[in-house]
Design a protein around this ligand. Structure first.
Ligand code: NAD
Length: 302
């Protein structure tokens, strides 16, 4: 018998991820507030429905891939949200990056509502979502870890059960601290290299064979025309939106304050990404910070 799942959030990540679930043989009821996202998902075989209540009506599993903690909280706990619309025992897997506090709150609220909440934030970008090669950082009770891995298997190739509530998000916050600071410094380095007159394509060949090599420099190189598939080579179309990267840095800074860890580098990266986000770059790919740092306002507005 075909298993029905509900999928809330069909954006840059949710769209290719839900497509893999369709291809794996699930019936997928999809919801998104953006008509463009809905159209794209419908073309992949997702059954677009009007709202969360309809999506959950015949679903035994619910996935969400939404921008931020407050979005997920809203979608899960509102009167016509996922928790209230799901049958008792329904498994709800949220793959968004929402931070530790929201994750813990939602585990508790789910348990009160008689459903099972599993946090499963991801790493690997839109490329990993497209290829089904994401890394998942799962936070849930041990009893649900095997089922979570089984359900996520069409989407990723490394599925780690980190521990109980909040731990998946803790791993994600630490991972994205490293990634977001790398993206920021890659943008600074690119703006500097260009000012120094370096051929950034040639510099790329040097850097990936040198001590500067890092994942985001290879995949999301900030200089146009260096990596064919990178957002920089496509007018900085996201990819990973600047405001979402700033959000991830804010989650790291918050977590650091909570436990008394010094995070000066993250705080500087957060300030730079926020500055760029608040001056027109929010929905561009985060590597467009290189334009902001180079003061290429015109290119940015385009
Ligand atoms: P996105 O903005 O492209 O997609 C989010 C989607 O959610 C949008 O289509 C939006 O319309 C929809 N949405 C918002 N509120 C909604 C609501 N109330 N009901 C239904 N739909 C709603 O963002 P994305 O890049 O897909 O990122 C999603 C999550 O994944 C974020 O938490 C992000 O931090 C995380 N993430 C992103 C990447 C990446 O490379 N883009 C990588 C890893 C993790």
């Amino acid at each position: 018998m075909t298993t029905t799942i509900a999928w809330v959030g069909l954006g840059l990540m949710g769209n290719p991820m839900s497509k893999h679930m369709v291809n794996a043989g699930y019936k997928v009821n999809g919801v998104d507030i953006d008509p463009v996202a809905r159209e794209r998902a419908a073309a992949n075989g997702v059954n677009i429905v009007n709202n969360v209540v309809e999506a959950c009506a015949d679903a035994s599993v619910v996935f969400s891939m939404l921008p931020s903690g407050s979005d997920v909280d809203d979608v899960m706990t509102s009167a016509d949200g996922v928790f209230a619309s799901s049958r008792p025992g329904t498994i709800i897997i949220d793959c968004s990056t929402i931070g530790i506090a929201y994750a813990k709150k939602l585990h508790e609220a789910a348990s009160e509502a008689g459903v099972v909440f599993i946090e499963a934030p991801v790493s690997g970008g839109t490329e990993g979502a497209r290829d089904g090669t994401l890394t998942f950082m799962i936070g849930c009770d041990k009893a649900h870890a095997t089922k979570a891995k089984e359900l996520l298997s069409p989407l990723g190739d490394y599925l780690a059960h980190v521990g109980g509530p909040g731990t998946g998000q803790a791993a994600k916050v630490v991972n994205n601290l490293i990634m977001a600071v790398s993206v920021t410094v890659n943008c600074e380095a690119t703006a500097l290299g260009e000012r120094l007159g370096l051929d950034m394509k040639e510099f790329f060949e040097i850097a990936i064979r040198s001590s500067a090599d890092n994942w985001s420099f290879r995949i999301w190189n900030p200089a146009p025309g260096v990596v064919a598939e990178a957002p920089a080579s496509h007018g900085y179309k996201a990819g990973f939106k600047t405001w979402l990267l700033a959000k991830d840095l804010s989650l790291a800074v918050e977590a650091g304050r909570e436990v008394g860890a010094r995070l000066e580098t993250a705080e500087t990266a957060y300030a730079l990404m926020s500055e760029h986000s608040n001056s027109g770059g929010a929905d561009m790919d985060a590597t467009s910070l290189a334009l902001h740092l180079a003061d290429k306002k015109q290119a940015k507005a385009a």
